[in-house]
Write a protein that binds this ligand. Structure first.
Ligand code: UDP
Length: 228
């Protein structure tokens, strides 16, 4: 694959702790990123924020503000993973859709292309920059904008199932499924806004488990046991 958009959920960075960062987990993920980058794949990365915060409304906090905190959580995650990638010898750049002072660069298609040309791993932090969206939607948006060959969705669950495998032990995993079917059956791969955009833009997606050894590299190599 020439260019991919890798989506990591925030929780995936936390390992067994489920919150904050687990360094060992992030180093293992970053090593896989280095392998595919060294093989010539250009890598853009979106990271969720669930290990710190998920937008929520309450009596005391407005949804808009809660979502701003969520977006900033994704910036913290990108700074962390980007720096671990640097520790492993990679060059990186973090882009946000809003100004974050000297911490990140403001997203623009031209600057992104320059950074890819310079051989950098790119992080798209801050989601879409708007409340009421998710990092899934930001993933599809950035994948389409950077003309990625596919989205690689690395999740806690190892593919798309016909029902929640954590609740239903009889749940069956799909090897292949169309986005139309994902939308029709309201399957929990991505949120609906993101799925519809994937459908409209005909963006291919590979869904697999991050916990499986070498799963990111295997997905790029086509040795794949998740859902296409
Ligand atoms: N968020 C947002 N707009 C975006 C992307 C994210 O408001 O475009 C906020 C929202 O509050 C969300 C939080 O950031 O709950 C964390 O993102 P997400 O839940 O997608 O992270 P994940 O579940 O993948 O870790």
């Amino acid at each position: 694959m020439k260019r991919i958009l890798l989506k990591l959920s925030g929780e995936a960075l936390a390992g067994a702790k489920k919150t904050g960062f687990d360094e060992e987990t992030v180093i293992a993920v970053s090593r896989q990123i280095r392998t595919i980058a060294e093989e010539g794949t250009q890598v853009g990365i979106v990271i969720g924020g669930g290990n710190f915060w998920r937008g929520r409304t309450s009596e005391t906090i407005n949804r808009n503000k809660a979502d701003q905190i969520g977006m900033l959580a994704t910036v913290m995650n990108c700074i962390y993973v980007s720096d671990i990638c640097r520790y492993l010898g990679l060059e990186t750049e973090i882009f946000t859709p809003f100004v974050c002072g000297a911490f990140t660069k403001l997203y623009s298609k031209d600057t992104v292309e320059e950074a890819f040309k310079a051989g950098k791993i790119l992080f798209f932090a801050g989601g879409t920059g708007h409340p009421y969206f998710s990092t899934d939607t930001a993933t599809v948006l950035r994948a389409v904008e950077i003309e990625a060959e596919a989205i690689l969705l690395a999740k806690a669950v190892d593919g798309i199932y016909d029902s929640d495998p954590k609740v239903n032990p009889e749940a069956v995993k799909y090897d292949e499924i169309s986005i139309e079917e994902v939308v029709d059956k309201k399957l929990a791969a991505m949120d609906l806004t993101a799925s519809i955009m994937c459908l409209e833009q005909k963006m291919p997606m590979l869904v697999f488990g991050l916990e499986e050894e070498n799963s990111i590299v295997n997905a790029v190599h086509g040795k794949f046991s998740g859902t296409k």
